[in-house]
Design a protein around this ligand. Structure first.
Ligand SMILES: Cc1ncc(COP(=O)(O)O)c(C=O)c1O
Length: 437
């Protein structure tokens, strides 16, 4: 395939204007300047077409500008745009009811609506402290929970997220995330590696660092996102649930990236057979409108009037988009994410057999990671190759984002078809072949 010449002239001019006025802190990678999008396809300002397998970092769950989501936004904008969280409106209540229906626990759910993933996490941290009366937390290395002061303290995927920002929040201790491809702890005979990590938390962290009865919560991504699309071993969450129950610790699963149907179930935690106490959501919840939620068991969200709030929470346009999105996921895309996701996982596993620099392919539904290594024996991460693949794929019309040290993430919209997966993976394999040369 002939590579596109990127960025084109219009894109180049806009990137120049951007660099003069927009914060340089944004981690821009590919020079893609969007003009419009439809489903899994996007076009840049120079008229180039791309398949979007990044979906705005796993956000555009129903694809770009799904007509039903657009209509819901337009209708609501005509009715009213804002009223503030001091008052009530039906779509906000309706969204709370819907989240109660799909929450990953039997008990009734109460939700606090936020404006982003990091605010959902921040809310969960405050709620856990308020409800338990305890101060401390356990998080995981490799985690990404956002960039506000509380959430960023738990974030531990790159030191750059902390550099220049100390002191961070008090009371957070990190344990190693159970990465089956790169285990760092010694497993006992017959032990699942997830159980090993939970044993480490009990025998090392709780026994030597923080008293268990002063730990408010354990905050964990069900599938690590930014850290490298890492699926923990099956024994991890059951053992973690048991530990939390033993010491009265709240289990908080961050599903900002893995939730809202991305794995073929509403929540990734449903694949592991346990129920958390608090779950955070954002990203895919409203197809790109900025809304998130901290969803808790009603017996946990017990704080009184005034303890926590925000101005934009439950914004009517965002709630309308969320309700339309949830309806589409429920009726069509949950099933599609499971079947087309498995199809993509199988195809990528087959591609792996032809490329020795691919060390691992893993994932559930439409949350798939492909890890590049110098060679399969040493498993040394090959970040240079990974970046090269992203650039070469982009020049051939495929948008991919990397994560971890050298992992390519595949997080297309949940409406992506098998034909689009075939088209995208043909480009991906061509890019891998060229990069390996
Ligand atoms: C698991 C997880 N939690 C929290 C966040 C933060 O979300 P936001 O960027 O909307 O603040 C992210 C964003 O990538 C995420 O992946």
């Amino acid at each position: 395939m002939e590579p596109l010449k990127l960025p084109g002239p219009k894109a180049r001019a806009l990137i120049k204007r951007d660099s003069a006025v927009i914060s340089p802190s944004y981690p821009r990678g590919l020079p893609f300047v969007m003009d419009h999008g439809k489903g899994t396809e996007v076009w840049d300002v120079d008229g180039n077409r791309f398949l979007d397998f990044a979906a705005g970092i796993a956000v555009t769950s129903t694809g770009h500008s799904h007509p039903k989501v657009v209509k819901a936004i337009q209708d609501q904008a005509e009715q009213f745009i804002h009223i503030s969280s001091d008052f009530y409106h039906e779509k906000w209540i309706g969204l709370g009811e819907k989240l109660n229906e799909i929450a990953p626990f039997e008990e009734a759910a109460t939700s606090f609506m936020t404006n982003s993933g990091t605010e959902s996490v921040e809310t969960a941290i405050k709620l856990a402290r308020h409800h338990s009366g305890r101060m401390n937390f356990i998080g995981f290395t490799g985690a990404f929970h956002g960039r506000t002061m509380g959430a960023v303290t738990f974030t531990a995927s790159k030191p750059g997220y902390h550099r220049g920002f100390y002191p961070l929040m008090n009371g957070v201790v990190h344990a190693p995330f159970p990465n089956p491809y790169r285990p760092i702890l010694d497993r006992l005979p017959g032990e699942d590696y997830g159980e090993t990590v939970v044993r480490y938390i009990e025998d090392e962290i709780l026994a030597h660092i923080v008293p268990a009865d002063e730990v408010a919560g354990i905050l964990v991504e069900t599938i690590q996102g930014e850290g490298g699309y890492i699926v923990p071993p099956p024994g991890f969450f059951p053992a973690l649930r048991e530990l939390c129950d033993k010491y009265g610790i709240l289990m908080i699963t961050d599903e900002v990236q893995s939730g809202m149907g991305r794995t073929g179930k509403w929540w990734a935690i449903e694949h592991f057979g346990v129920e958390p106490d608090i779950v955070t959501a954002a990203k895919g919840i409203a197809s790109g409108m900025p809304i998130g939620a901290c969803i808790a068991r009603s017996s946990v969200m017990t704080w009184p009037r005034g303890a926590h709030g925000n101005t934009f929470g439950g914004n009517p346009i965002c709630c309308a988009a969320a309700l339309a999105t949830i309806d589409l996921i429920e009726t069509e895309y949950l099933e599609n994410a499971a079947t087309v996701g498995q199809y993509a996982l199988d195809a990528l596993s087959e591609i792996m057999t032809r490329h020795s620099h691919i060390g691992d392919v893993r994932g559930i539904g439409m949350m798939i990671g492909v890890e590049f290594v110098k060679d399969r024996k040493s498993k040394v991460p090959d970040d240079e190759l990974c970046n090269k693949v992203a650039d070469l794929a982009f020049e051939r019309g495929l948008i991919l984002l990397s994560c971890g040290k050298s992992v390519m993430r595949f997080a297309p919209p949940l409406c992506t078809t098998k034909a689009e997966i075939d088209e995208g993976l043909t480009i991906f394999e061509e890019a891998v072949t060229l990069a390996e040369k």
